[in-house]
Design a protein around this ligand. Structure first.
Ligand code: UT7
Length: 333
C-alpha cells in the first residue's frame, strides 16, 4: 500500500472592500507614501470596517469561496482549523462558529495561534491529521482582522497591517504530492519585541491600560526585522538542504508578507530568481495568518501539478519556519 500524503486540493480567499491606501495613512499619521513603499513594499491594505464583524466574518467568506469553487458539500469536511492571532472572542473559538456558519456540521474545529506563523504551523497540523489516515477532508483557514489590534496613531505598526483571509482544503494523495517536509522553530525570548500586552491572562484589561493603548500590538520594528531576515532565510536554506533541493528545484517561494525587504532577503539567500517569488504585499500588507493562503489564491492559476513550493514565515513569539510542499493540481487556466 502506498503511503498517504496530504495535498492541498482547493483554495479560497476573501479580503474586505475598503482600501486603506498610503495616501490615506498620510492624513492619519506622520508618514508618506515614499517611506512606506521603499521600507515595506506596501501600497495599500484592506480593512474590515463594519462594526460587529470579526475575524470569523473573513474566515467564513474565504471558506465559502473555496466551497463554491470546488463545488463540495460542506458536510464532508471533518475538521476546521482557524489559524488566527485575532480570534472573535477570548473564550468561544472562532473555528466553531465558522464551521457552523459554513455548514460543516460534521466537523470538529479549533483555533490555532502562532502569530504570523499560524498558517505555516496550521499546514503542519492539517497535514499530520491527513497522513495519520484518520481524516480525509481538513479545512485550514488563515484569517486575521489585524485592524482590531492596530493603533492607528502608531506609525511604526499601522502602516504594515491589513485584514484578510484565505482557506485551503487538505485531502489524502497517493501520488506522493502535497506536504513533504518542514523545519519549524520557536524562541519565546522574542516576545518582548512584538506583542499586544494587555487583555490576556497576565495583564487583564483595565480602564487605564486601555486609555494608554496597551491592548494594541506594538513592535520594536528593527529587532523584529533583523530576526525575521535571519530566521526566515535560515529556515529556507535548512529545508532545501534537508531535502537535497537546489534553487533550481524550487518552482515557487511563498513567504510571509511582512515586509518586501524580508522576502527579498530570503529569496537572495538561496539565489532564487525574482519570477519564482510570490508577492502580493503591495495590495494587502501584512495580514498575519492570511498572507500564505492569499498568495496561493492569487497565484493558483500559475501553479502546476508537481511544482515544488517552499513556504516560509516568521512572527511574534518568536515563531518561524519553512515547509516544503508539492502542488497537486492544475487549474486548467
Ligand atoms: O509579521 C512579523 C512581524 N512584523 C515584521 O516582520 C515587521 C518587521 N519590521 C519592519 O518591517 C520594519 O522594521 C518597519 C517597516 C516596521 C520599520 O522599518 P525600518 O527600516 O526598520 O525603520 P526604523 O524603525 O529603523 O526607523 C527608521 C526611521 C526612524 O526615524 P529616525 O529615528 O531615523 O529619525 C523612524 O522614526 O523611520 C522612522 N519611521 C517612519 N517614518 C515615516 C518609522 N515609521 C515611519 C513611518 N513613516 N511610518
Amino acid at each position: 500500500m502506498s503511503k498517504i500524503s496530504a495535498a492541498i486540493t482547493a483554495v479560497g480567499a476573501y479580503v474586505p472592500e475598503y482600501v486603506l491606501t498610503n495616501q490615506i495613512l498620510e492624513t492619519m499619521v506622520d508618514t508618506n507614501d515614499e517611506w512606506i513603499t521603499s521600507r515595506t513594499g506596501i501600497k495599500e491594505r484592506r480593512i474590515l470596517k463594519d462594526e460587529g464583524k470579526g475575524t470569523s466574518y473573513l474566515a467564513i467568506k474565504a471558506a465559502q469561496d473555496l466551497i463554491n469553487k470546488k463545488g463540495i458539500d460542506p458536510k464532508i469536511i471533518e475538521l476546521v482549523i482557524v489559524a488566527t492571532a485575532t480570534p472573535d472572542m477570548k473564550a468561544a473559538s472562532t473555528a466553531s462558529y465558522t464551521a457552523s456558519k459554513i455548514g460543516a456540521t460534521n466537523a470538529f474545529s479549533f483555533d490555532m495561534d502562532a502569530a504570523c506563523s499560524s498558517f505555516l504551523y496550521g499546514m503542519s497540523v492539517a497535514a499530520s491529521y491527513i497522513e495519520s489516515g484518520r481524516y480525509k477532508n481538513v479545512l485550514l483557514i488563515g484569517a486575521d482582522k489585524m485592524s482590531s489590534i492596530v493603533n492607528y496613531k502608531d506609525r511604526a505598526t499601522c502602516i504594515i497591517f491589513g485584514d484578510g483571509a484565505g482557506a485551503v482544503l487538505f485531502e489524502p494523495n497517493s501520488e506522493g504530492l502535497g506536504f513533504q517536509n518542514e523545519y519549524l522553530r520557536s524562541d519565546g525570548s522574542g516576545r518582548e519585541f512584538l506583542q499586544a500586552t494587555y487583555g490576556g491572562s497576565s495583564f487583564p484589561l483595565t480602564h487605564e491600560t486601555m486609555d494608554e493603548g496597551g491592548h494594541y500590538a506594538f513592535q520594536e520594528g528593527r529587532t523584529v526585522f533583523k530576526n525575521a531576515v535571519f530566521n526566515m532565510a535560515d529556515a529556507t536554506v535548512k529545508i532545501l538542504e534537508r531535502n537535497n533541493l537546489t534553487k533550481d528545484d524550487v518552482d515557487w517561494l511563498a513567504a510571509h508578507q511582512a515586509n518586501k525587504r524580508i522576502i527579498d532577503a530570503t529569496a537572495q539567500r538561496i539565489d532564487l530568481e525574482e519570477h519564482k517569488v510570490m508577492m502580493n504585499i503591495h495590495k494587502y500588507g501584512n495580514t498575519t495568518s492570511a498572507t500564505l493562503p492569499l498568495l496561493l489564491n492569487d497565484y493558483e492559476s500559475q501553479l502546476k501539478k508537481g511544482d515544488n513550493l517552499i513556504f516560509a514565515a516568521f512572527g511574534g513569539g518568536f515563531n518561524w519556519g519553512a515547509l516544503y510542499l508539492k502542488w497537486a493540481y492544475n487549474t486548467g487556466n
